[in-house]
Design a protein around this ligand. Structure first.
Ligand code: DLL
Length: 445
């Protein structure tokens, strides 16, 4: 597959030849063939999967058409924990060339494995991601995703090289050096988490570097939720186009889905990752267009196939064709997970709603934290938000005005008033990877 992609005149990656543009019937044929193979592989090599199929009286031959996928059992995060570390591997360790792990929030990490072929497919889908975001051979990519057990760093690294870009493996952190290299190496594209990039933008300004005047034009961001308001902020401050990319370790890492030039939804690389949307309560499949939990099946993974993995990420499939010409389907941006919701005075609240509100109010900075506590059996919510130095120095009028407008904006979106703590710039810890937006102290002492 990879060789077919390396076919432009200069030996570079040629996106138009990628499976992104396969006619739908051909794509469905590829998917069915791969689905049958991956189910057979998992049945043969993964004890947990085989016993679940046996319990239901199913065999790999039960998959005759794509819709039959709905007969298969789900895989959930606890399955990975329960079989820690290697219980879901379908390849012998001698064929596994890479392990990654994600810490999760509690307990044992999730371990994921790749054969050489898996790494090649991952590199290919990441190259397709970068191509969809407008990158070409010759671009200079600063890769500020963390290298290590996190899939972001190495996933983007191999994808950038496969595309034919020049990759700078700087990893996350050391922000002053990041800014120096953006300038000195004439970096044209950069990838990291959106929260880390907001920090870079802020630091560049402190150092007197105007990112808008540098060749940096493409920002590729993912690994955590971020709003359109945050996108506008980033694009204006850095003079770039900011793209959203999505993925998760259990499925491969980054490279599962990516925006294209239209920035209207993320194309799912569905020749390798088969998407379904289900009702998170009942597990029933939902029709295209309806919002629910994203479930993904890896169609080509060898070392660790995932069948109907429940991602907990909430989205919907966009049915209209995309103006970019890609035929692979799109999903809406992930604004929330089914497990990051909290309930305050009976109202469901998601962190992204708070972000959306504060980005609408002038005088605030996109650095915030949500603090949950419990008093007398009742959940309390406080939002800590940094304000600009100008607002902060104008304590009486400036602060009160911002507080009033922010309280209204939040109330407008979530329906309740929250306690607001306006703090001076640089009070809230900056992240070099995924930002910690919610501090939950409800179960402390
Ligand atoms: O975050 C893989 C990745 C690296 C994706 C770099 C994109 C860029 P995990 O650490 O396993 O893997 O976390 C996966 O992060 O289930 C989502 O909840 C969240 N997530 C990832 N991308 C996005 C995004 C990597 N673009 C979990 N928008 C997923 C919102 C995202 N949430």
């Amino acid at each position: 597959m990879l060789r077919e992609l390396w076919n432009d005149a200069e030996g570079g990656f040629h996106p138009a030849s990628a499976p992104d543009f396969l006619p739908e019937t051909a794509l469905r044929e590829v998917q069915l063939r791969r689905l049958r193979a991956v189910v057979a592989r998992a049945y043969e090599h993964v004890e947990l999967f085989r016993s679940r199929l046996d319990e239901r009286g199913l065999t790999p031959d039960s998959i005759q058409q794509l819709e039959d996928i709905q007969r298969l059992p789900f895989t959930v995060k606890t399955d990975l924990r329960d079989t820690y570390p290697f219980g879901l591997f379908a390849s012998p360790m001698s064929d596994v060339v890479r392990l990654h792990a994600s810490s999760g929030t509690t307990g044992k990490p999730i371990v994921v494995a790749y054969t050489r072929e898996d790494v090649e497919v991952w590199s290919e889908v990441m190259a397709r991601t970068f191509a969809a975001c407008g990158m070409h051979r010759g671009d200079i990519l600063q890769n500020a995703f963390g290298y290590g057990l996190f899939t972001g760093g190495l996933g983007a690294h191999y994808g950038g090289e496969t595309l034919g870009a020049t990759v700078i493996p700087i990893s996350g952190g050391n922000t002053d050096r990041q800014i120096m290299l953006i300038r000195d190496f004439q970096v044209s594209a950069l990838c990291c988490t959106p929260s880390y990039f907001t920090h870079m933008v802020e630091r560049a300004r402190e150092l007197g570097v105007d990112l808008r005047e540098l060749p940096l034009k493409i920002g590729i961001f993912g690994a955590e939720p971020w709003t359109d308001g945050m996108r506008k902020h980033i694009e204006a401050e850095a003079g770039i186009k900011a793209y959203d990319i999505y993925g998760l370790s259990e499925i491969t890492g980054p490279g599962v889905a990516s925006e294209c030039s239209t920035q209207e939804g993320l194309h799912i690389f569905e020749d390798h990752f088969y998407p379904e949307i289900i009702d998170p309560e009942t597990g029933e499949a939902l029709p295209d267009g309806e919002e629910g939990e994203l479930v993904l099946t890896t169609l080509s993974k060898k070392a660790m196939p995932m069948i109907r993995y429940r991602t907990r990420d909430i989205t919907s499939i966009i049915t209209e064709p995309c103006a970019c010409g890609r035929t692979i389907r799109r999903m809406r941006r992930i604004g929330r997970r089914s497990d990051d919701m909290f309930i305050i005075r009976g109202v469901n609240v998601f962190p992204s709603q708070i972000e959306a509100a504060l980005l609408r109010v002038e005088g605030t900075l996109p650095h915030y934290q949500i603090i949950l506590t419990r008093a007398h059996g009742l959940d309390q919510i406080a939002v800590e938000v940094e304000v600009t130095p100008e607002v902060f120095s104008d304590k009486i009028r400036g602060l009160e005005e911002v507080r009033k407008r922010l309280a209204q904006a939040i109330e407008h979106i979530i329906g309740i008033r929250v306690e607001l703590r306006l703090v001076e710039p640089r009070t809230i810890a900056r992240s070099e990877g995924k930002a910690k937006r919610v501090i939950d102290r409800r179960n402390e002492g």
